[in-house]
Design a protein around this ligand. Structure first.
Ligand SMILES: [Zn+2]
Length: 248
């Protein structure tokens, strides 16, 4: 069995039998996958802190074709994102990012840009203590890289230019609707100013956007809209999104 080395972000782990764990990983060189870490639940495990949620690690994995579940040989920590999660808001934000990744990133599809996005978002959560812009940036680029970012200029239904009035969206929306096409379900409005501010910010490197500018008004609103799009494409409700509604 060939042994492959790759960088990875630990999305989450769960118990397997008495001493083992399954790690859900988004890897740089092999895409998203799940691997068994034998003995990871023992007190003196060779994995140490490397399998904490959201750790950036270097892992060695036995590659087996036709197998859903791979086997991890070892993992070493490159950068920890564990301490930042003492702040409950940051913890929820980190869990949201991991949940969205598990729902939206196809298995075994290598995506270098997405991997770099992940690291940038985790680092900004860690260093800025801000939640709205890192998550907005994550949602925006995740949708864009997946090819799901809608045309913000036109009504998704009739194609009419939305212009200064902005648009409307609701559960299940994959884009914006105009005043005429909005139905009883599509109830939330988003202004053209908020959309413009989001697009301008997300065109910059995240670190510089946060470091050099104050957050524009409406980041939370814009986030809600993008989260709705993500849920529509994930075809299910996100657990962490509901938790964030209350706390973040
Ligand atoms: Zn319309």
């Amino acid at each position: 069995m060939p042994l492959r080395e790759t960088e990875a972000i630990v999305l989450r782990t769960y118990r397997l039998a008495e001493a083992d764990k399954i790690a859900s990983l988004f890897t740089r060189q092999m895409g998203r996958l799940r691997a068994v870490a034998t003995g990871a639940r023992r007190t003196k495990s060779r994995y140490g802190a490397a399998l904490e949620p959201l750790s950036h690690v270097r892992v060695f994995i036995f590659e087996r074709e036709h197998r859903d579940l791979l086997r991890m040989n070892s993992a070493e920590l490159i950068e920890s994102f564990f301490d930042m999660q003492k702040d409950y808001r940051i913890q929820l934000a980190a869990q949201y990012v991991a949940e969205v990744a598990e729902r939206m990133i196809p298995e075994r599809e290598v995506n270098e840009r997405l991997f770099r996005l992940f690291l940038a978002v985790l680092r900004s959560l860690k260093h800025s203590g801000e939640v709205n812009r890192p998550l907005l940036y994550f949602d925006y680029w995740l949708l864009r890289l997946a090819g799901f970012l809608p045309d913000f200029e036109r009504c998704q239904n009739c194609g009419r230019a939305l212009g200064d009035e902005g648009g409307y969206y609701g559960p299940g929306s994959e884009g914006l609707s105009c005043e005429t096409c909005r139905t009883g379900v599509i109830g939330q409005a988003i202004s053209s100013q908020v959309i413009a501010a989001m697009r301008a910010g997300c065109q910059r490197p995240l670190e510089r956007w946060i470091g050099e500018e104050k957050a524009p008004p409406g980041c939370r609103e814009a986030r809600r809209f993008l989260e709705e799009l993500i849920e529509a494409h994930a075809e299910r409700k996100l657990v962490t999104r509901a938790m964030m509604e209350e706390a973040v």
